[in-house]
Design a protein around this ligand. Structure first.
Ligand code: SAM
Length: 175
């Protein structure tokens, strides 16, 4: 169902990926995007998978663990002390912000680890109208607007779909 509704390759097409880039997939889950990312990044690229849920990361296929281009970190993306500042070209937050409380922290760390000119693609499902018991986690367009204003991101145009909101931000090269 997921592969049909939100295929990895079409989501990633929005991130202007090419060979040799360093990409951080924050809230990587079971590594849904990993295979497509590695193919796009080629032998010179690198992939960082971060998730606090050990059980999710254990489902990431073993061959990634043996791949020197892949680093897997168990922990919150709101605190990545072992990831150097300005070390990543792209950050993927696919359906991640809707699953965590510290959204400001994760977007702040995304800013820190991105190189100037780097891009972040954030997606989250369209909020349901009925009351949601997990309210602190919920992402809405208003919540996103407040989040993207915290730091001086350049907001780029990207299409949302019937299922999800997509947002593409660039860390400015100057300022
Ligand atoms: C709905 S899943 C999305 C997984 C994957 N990005 C995808 O598109 O298939 C959300 C993921 O966010 C992770 N998550 C929750 N809190 C997090 C945090 N503080 N930092 C990073 N990831 C977190 C969850 O463990 C879960 O794997």
């Amino acid at each position: 169902m997921r592969r049909w509704l939100l295929p990895a390759t079409s989501e990633l097409a929005r991130l202007d990926l090419h060979a040799g880039l360093a990409v951080a997939d924050l809230g990587a889950g079971v590594g849904f995007h990993a295979e497509a990312l590695l193919q796009l990044l080629g032998p010179g690229g690198s992939l960082l998978l971060v998730d606090p849920d050990r059980e999710n990361l254990e489902l990431v296929p073993n061959h990634y663990r043996e791949n020197p281009r892949v680093r897997i970190l168990i922990g919150s993306a709101a605190h990545l002390p072992t990831v150097p500042t300005a070390s990543q070209d792209r950050v993927l937050l696919s359906l991640t912000l809707c699953c965590l409380v510290d959204k400001e922290g994760v977007l702040g760390e995304s800013w820190r680890i991105l190189r100037p000119g780097g891009l972040v693609l954030a997606t989250f499902p369209r909020a349901r109208r009925r009351p949601n018991r997990r309210r602190p986690l919920r992402m809405t367009r208003d919540r996103w607007r407040a989040l993207e204003k915290i730091l001086p991101w350049e907001v780029l145009s990207v299409r949302s779909s019937f299922w999800i909101h997509r947002h593409l931000l660039r860390k400015p090269t100057t300022g």
